[in-house]
Design a protein around this ligand. Structure first.
Ligand SMILES: CC/C=C\C=C\CC(=O)SCCNC(=O)CCNC(=O)[C@H](O)C(C)(C)COP(=O)(O)OP(=O)(O)OC[C@H]1O[C@@H](n2cnc3c(N)ncnc32)[C@H](O)[C@@H]1OP(=O)(O)O
Length: 296
């Protein structure tokens, strides 16, 4: 079912498509008990628009409860995994960042933004919260919000075309939907700091070397084969043991610290997300020039 403001999935069963959404496609292999979830806006390199933010948690919450699915492969339709938030226009960007214009005073704007950021965080966290293990299959761009999503998966694998960037500082904002909280336990605090403060691009071979992905494959076919194989292997094991292992690993990672970190950055961005720096970075992007920021 598709609507503009709310999203539900309806379970269908044609061509192995098991849930129907506009921006996220889901195919299920009932025999091997795996689902392949694809971010599905290839025309925009799977950039995340408002509809996709809403549909991601609907799909992952549904798969979390689906007794016929034991493991999930998450990928992007086309050549790229995900080019981050939709920056195709200022309107789409502000739709994602939250339209505070209707709020009458600063307090209400900030409170609105806080709730809005938490909704976006919850969308990404639905991947991590899902009771089934998720393998992220990455080709091409995995930047900004795309890397946030990849970091919320349990296992990441890529092919040689993949590249990664914690891009948010280039947009003049603090990454606030999970990269800063999840990457340190994946690549280490030092590397996460360097990547987040520079927004530099990491190519696939380096991604493998620093542990951002478990393995880099030579092409898309090999990558797909490997991801499906890993998902099938996990799907064939005890669902109870797999679910318990996933939760225990996340619990031992930091128990509450991702939650606390997300709370902190949501408060921080509710106060400073809408800034001249963000406007300037967007203006510069559309005017094809370097941004000029005023002093702190
Ligand atoms: C509260 C805040 C919550 C979340 C915040 C998240 C922050 C971020 O996600 S920051 C990152 C934002 N994303 C970007 O800055 C990436 C922009 N894109 C690129 O840099 C490049 O497209 C590329 C990923 C390096 C790939 O380059 P290339 O292979 O040369 O493709 P293009 O010709 O550039 O793109 C093809 C087509 O896709 C459109 N597109 C690309 N990225 C986006 C995007 N993020 N949003 C919307 N549309 C995108 C691009 O404009 C092209 O469209 P045309 O109409 O054909 O021009």
């Amino acid at each position: 079912m598709q609507t503009q403001t709310t999203t539900t999935t309806s379970k269908v069963n044609n061509n192995n498509q098991c849930y129907r959404c506009e921006t996220v496609a889901v195919r299920c292999d009932r025999e091997s008990k795996i689902a392949v979830v694809s971010l599905n806006r290839p025309r925009y390199l799977n950039a995340i628009n408002a509809q996709m933010w809403r549909e991601i948690p609907v799909v992952f919450d549904a798969l979390s409860e689906d007794e016929e699915v034991n493991a999930i492969v998450l990928t992007g339709e086309g050549k790229h995994f995900c080019a981050g938030i939709d920056v195709s226009s200022k309107e789409s960007l502000f739709e994602t960042l939250g339209d505070v214009e209707n709020e009458r005073d600063l307090g209400r704007r900030n409170e609105y933004l806080l709730r809005h950021i938490k909704r976006l965080q919850a969308s990404v966290s639905s991947v991590e919260r899902c009771r089934k293990p998720v393998v992220c299959m990455i080709k091409g761009a995995c930047v900004g919000g795309g890397l946030d999503i990849a970091a919320a998966c349990d296992i990441r694998m890529c092919d040689r075309t993949a590249f990664f960037s914690v891009k948010e500082v280039e947009l003049g904002i603090v990454a606030d939907i999970g990269s800063l909280q999840r990457l340190p336990s994946i690549v280490g605090q030092g590397r996460a700091t360097e990547l987040a403060l520079t927004a530099r691009t990491v190519k696939s071979d380096e991604a493998e070397k620093i542990g951002l992905v478990s393995k880099c494959y030579s092409d898309a076919e090999e990558l797909e084969r490997a991801c499906v194989e890993v998902a099938k292997r996990m799907a064939s094991l005890s669902p109870l043991a797999i679910q318990g292992t996933k939760r225990s690993l996340l619990n031992s990672r930091d128990s509450e610290s991702v939650e606390k970190g997300l709370e902190y950055v949501a408060l921080k961005n509710a106060a400073q997300l809408i800034s001249d720096d963000l406007k300037e970075s967007m203006n510069a992007r559309f005017e094809k020039r370097k941004p000029v920021y005023s002093r702190l």
